[in-house]
Design a protein around this ligand. Structure first.
Ligand code: AHR
Length: 517
């Protein structure tokens, strides 16, 4: 029996809604077919944007959507994606085996329309590799300039009189690999130029609440030695001479599953199940390590000389890409297309809980990717739009946005006082007069009983249970069976001796809501 003790008097930080953000890229069929079908399509659309996919995303209320990449950002020229669609140049996309032509019909206006429909804030990644400082300046002017200039008037002629006021600007993507194979020092030099040259638009106007964030390309979370070097040396290089504006660092981490060719997105053994579950936890250590390196780096910045005081250096840690990456996706067409089974749903829940638990260290995180690529929430097949169980996890977890993390511990005979019991993972938060408890049973085959107790004597009354599980851990939703796995109402926990008893199905994710009386 696992005994979990939650202390509603110990609040440990606020969960930033941005931890539930998204990433989309022209890769495989993420954009074309997944999000963009074109106005002429027989598939229902909003001016070309695939209606079912946009509606499904809108229902999730995505806080941020990051675009156009990823690697694609490094060869993307924004001017190709404006103006009359039939006249836009056709370019070629070689990223990650996409090998397709891009007619550039999905450009900045179409992306902003997707953000408008879904209510998301845009995060644009600029082209640091084949672009230029001037091209970036022009893109910012085009998007954010309120005053009449050649570029803001061009935006107006292209249908958007109001500035887009894009707040998040990624300066380069994975500059240690596809983004230039740079050293940390080289990247720091580039970052200095791009950050300093970025137009301010309204962001330094004291009357405007708007502020533009410059996001640096963070480390490769999957390279234990290199990632430490990257962050340490980037900050060291920035510490020499004056610092450009730096608001956040964008760490990427994929839960790679490539060692065993027999293990695919939809076919795995029990060993394969536990391998993928266990390896997703590395991200928690990486977050702690990278947060500490950022603080160490900031503290090494010298004090500014002269009369004008420098602002306190601050840089948030964000995770711009995360998700399961199964080796089988390298062979799939469209490129990097993966199915999502309960194994992916459980790791998606575990990863979101890593962000929740570390809400004081990480401010935003984007799942890679929302549609048709890797750890997707939405898959499309012809005219069908399929919601994966990952989608349900994001939906179930919405309750935690803006809530306060609660202190808890698990006691069980084998794992006395450890933060986890065997294959049971818990997270709890409080918002208003509600307490929400995530219970993940990562045991592939065994149902487990959990006893929940509230330490501070507060009276709580169970209100609802949302649960997701499947007959088989390798089940998934497909065009033939689109609702094979769906979140449903679960059995309410039973009141017992000052606590509540809950039975969690094997390979299941459960969100229990309580009202504080
Ligand atoms: O998400 C797929 C790719 O993974 C992205 O384009 C790149 O940034 C990362 O390596």
């Amino acid at each position: 029996m696992n005994r979990i003790v939650i202390d509603c008097n110990k609040k440990e930080g606020v969960i930033s809604p941005e931890l539930h953000s998204h990433f989309i890229e022209f890769l495989g069929s993420c954009i074309y077919d997944g999000i963009w079908v074109g106005e002429e399509s027989e598939i229902e659309n909003y001016g070309g944007i695939r209606k079912d996919a946009a509606d499904a995303l809108a229902a999730l209320e995505p806080p941020i959507i990051r675009w156009p990449g990823g690697c694609y950002a490094d060869t993307y020229h924004w001017r190709n994606g404006i103006g009359e669609r039939s006249k836009r140049p056709v370019t070629y996309n070689e990223n990650f085996g996409t090998f397709e032509r891009d007619n550039n019909h999905f450009g900045i206006h179409e992306f902003m329309e997707l953000c408008r429909i879904t209510g998301a804030k845009p995060w644009l990644n600029i082209n640091l590799l084949s672009g230029s400082v001037g091209e970036m300046r022009d893109w910012v002017e085009y998007c954010n300039r309120r005053e009449e200039t050649e570029l803001s008037l061009l935006r107006k002629r292209n249908g958007s009189p109001e500035p887009f006021m894009v707040e998040y600007w990624g300066i380069g993507n994975e500059c240690w690999a596809g983004g230039g194979n740079m050293t940390a020092e080289m990247y720091a030099e580039e970052f200095r130029k791009y950050s300093s040259a970025m137009p301010l638009c309204d962001s330094r106007n004291p009357d405007s609440s708007f502020s533009m964030k410059r996001i640096a390309s963070g480390a490769d979370g999957n390279k234990p030695k290199e990632r430490v070097e990257w962050t340490r040396r980037f900050f060291k290089a920035l510490g020499q001479f004056r610092q450009p504006q730096l608001d956040a660092m964008d760490l990427h981490f994929y839960n790679w599953n490539v060692e065993n060719p027999e293990d695919t997105d939809i076919s795995f053994s029990e060993e394969g199940w536990y391998k993928v579950i266990e390896s997703c936890f590395e991200l928690e250590d990486v977050i702690k390590e990278q947060y500490a390196l950022i603080q160490e780096g900031l503290s090494g910045f010298p004090e500014a000389e002269g009369f004008f005081p420098a602002a306190e250096p601050k840089c948030d840690l964000v995770v711009g890409e995360w998700g399961n990456w199964h080796g089988s996706s390298f062979k799939s067409r469209p490129a990097l297309y993966q199915q999502c089974t309960m194994r992916d749903a459980v790791t998606t829940a575990l990863t979101l809980d890593i962000f929740h638990r570390n809400c004081n260290l990480v401010k935003a995180a984007c799942v890679a990717q929302s549609v048709n690529v890797l750890n997707s929430l939405i898959l499309t097949e012809g005219n069908q739009t399929i919601l994966t169980p990952n989608y349900d996890i994001f939906m179930m977890y919405k309750v935690h946005r803006g809530a306060e993390k609660l202190s808890l511990h698990i006691e069980n005979a084998a794992f006395e006082n450890a933060g986890t019991a065997e294959n049971i993972y818990v997270f709890a938060s409080e918002k208003g007069n509600h307490v929400f408890v995530n219970l993940i049973n990562a045991d592939m085959t065994k149902e487990q009983e959990i006893f929940l107790e509230f330490a501070d004597g507060k009276k709580l009354c169970p209100e609802s249970v949302q649960t997701i599980w499947a007959e088989k851990a390798s089940d998934y939703n497909s065009a033939q069976e689109p609702d094979k796995i769906r979140c449903r109402q679960g059995v309410m926990p039973a009141g017992r001796e000052g606590g509540f008893l809950y039975s969690a199905k094997p390979a299941s994710v459960n969100v229990l809501s309580f009202i504080v009386m």
